[in-house]
Design a protein around this ligand. Structure first.
Ligand SMILES: *[C@@H]1O[C@H](CO)[C@@H](O)[C@H](O)[C@H]1NC(C)=O
Length: 397
């Protein structure tokens, strides 16, 4: 008999690990159940093009955490035309209204709510029933009518009157293709709604596979309230997300998450209908919002890192990593840099970076999906957090 030498033991361990990884007996790989997963190249900019800016004082750590455990996963936060609110779309599918004393149910998007939508301990645990309970993401009021417009990730573009209740569907398709993942919206003076369809292939509850595939089926859409038709303005995008009109309405800007940039789409003037680069961001964005001055606040989901850079440029490397029996949540955590990092960045209407505020250890604010400037304060919602963070602009240096 051969003695058990260290070399044999090592070879045995190696073989066992290789077999385990190859077979994935417990279906831990994020690709399990996604046989048609295709990893696409994500054309992230070279490091030399990425702005090298930092908030050395981590000013966001001075934010106040409000409504802890009263609002779960408030991606979008908004105020009505009378300045009341905030209103917040939460993980269980409701839109809540802060009346100054307590949170009240304001509206909902699903006509089929049931006990499946009841309270759960953390925002992520609602994911699997979102297609039943609804998931309101982008929220905006149309000042002329007081109606609230809602981008529901599952149902499409919806609207509810100033008194709230069950929202009605405006559109769930464009150019004959169903909207797969409505995400954010804005409304012009004539009532046209501009909104993003993040992917026609993956729903929000599979956002991890969506992010990792770099799926290029995202679209920027326009809903015309007169003809009730929805047209495609820009297609073939990877995870288009936040949408915001410029103050004068001559253009809109929208974010693209995996690439980490903002593009500008002209609506008026001689460049109408064309799209151009607005800014390359220091990280991967979510929503963006215009302030009174016409500047844009962009919420950054996470800073760029070398791992994401390589995974983006080399899709086969990405597929190899994802085939390993490492659960999606761990892979995602590594992707965003291993820890939370809150960042918001302000741009001029011309695309010049004006201000950056961070909490780079994720100590207080942790993560941001949207930032709304209102009465001299920044109201920050996050799809991952059970609170709204409020930062007083008067306290920045
Ligand atoms: C309504 O909800 C139930 C679960 O509560 C689900 O099984 C059913 O498919 C839903 N119906 C529709 C039309 O979404």
């Amino acid at each position: 008999m051969q003695p058990m030498t260290p070399a044999y033991v090592l070879a045995g361990i190696f073989l066992a690990v290789a077999l385990y990884c190859g077979i994935d007996p417990f279906h831990h790989s994020p690709l399990y159940g996604f046989p048609d997963f295709i990893p696409h190249v994500i054309d992230v900019p070279d490091w030399s093009q990425v702005p090298d800016v930092k908030d050395a004082q981590n000013q966001l750590q001075k934010s106040e955490i409000k409504f802890l455990n009263q609002v779960q996963g408030p991606e979008s936060v908004t105020f009505d035309p009378l300045g009341r609110g905030p209103y917040a779309g939460v993980a269980d599918g409701r839109i809540l209204f802060w009346d100054g004393e307590s949170w009240k149910d304001f509206a909902y998007t699903s006509s089929n709510r049931s006990e499946l939508c009841n309270w759960k301990p953390n925002p992520a645990s609602y994911l699997k029933n979102e297609h039943i309970c609804g998931r309101p993401l982008g929220l905006r009021f149309y000042k002329k009518t007081g109606d609230m417009y809602i981008a529901d990730a599952y149902f499409g573009l919806m609207k509810v009157g100033p008194e709230g209740g069950l929202a009605t569907l405006l559109t769930n398709e464009a150019d004959g293709v169903p909207i797969g993942f409505a995400n954010d919206l804005d409304i012009d003076d004539e009532g046209n709604v501009y909104f993003s369809d993040t992917s026609t292939k993956y729903q929000r509850r599979n956002f991890i596979q969506l992010v990792f595939s770099g799926d290029p089926t995202g679209r920027l859409l326009k809903y015309d309230p007169v003809t009730k038709e929805t047209t495609v303005l820009v297609s073939g995008m990877q995870f288009p997300n936040g949408v915001s009109l410029s103050k004068d309405g001559s253009f809109l800007v929208f974010t693209e998450g995996p690439i980490g940039r903002v593009r500008k789409h002209w609506l008026k003037g001689e460049k109408a209908g064309t799209t151009e680069l607005f800014a390359i961001l220091p990280g991967h964005p979510d929503n963006l919002r215009t302030n009174e001055k016409g500047e844009f606040w962009v919420a950054i989901h996470c800073r760029r890192n070398m791992y994401v850079y390589l995974m983006s440029r080399y899709p086969m490397f990405r597929k190899f990593m994802l085939k390993l029996p490492i659960p999606a949540s761990y892979q995602y955590k590594t992707y965003i840099g291993g820890r939370f990092h809150a960042m918001v960045v302000k741009y001029s209407p011309e695309g010049e970076l004006l201000q950056i505020l961070e909490d780079d250890q994720g100590k207080v604010v942790r993560a941001v999906s949207e930032v709304d400037e209102h009465d001299g304060k920044l109201w920050m919602g996050s799809v991952l957090m059970p609170f709204i963070a409020v930062y007083d602009l008067a306290s920045s240096t």
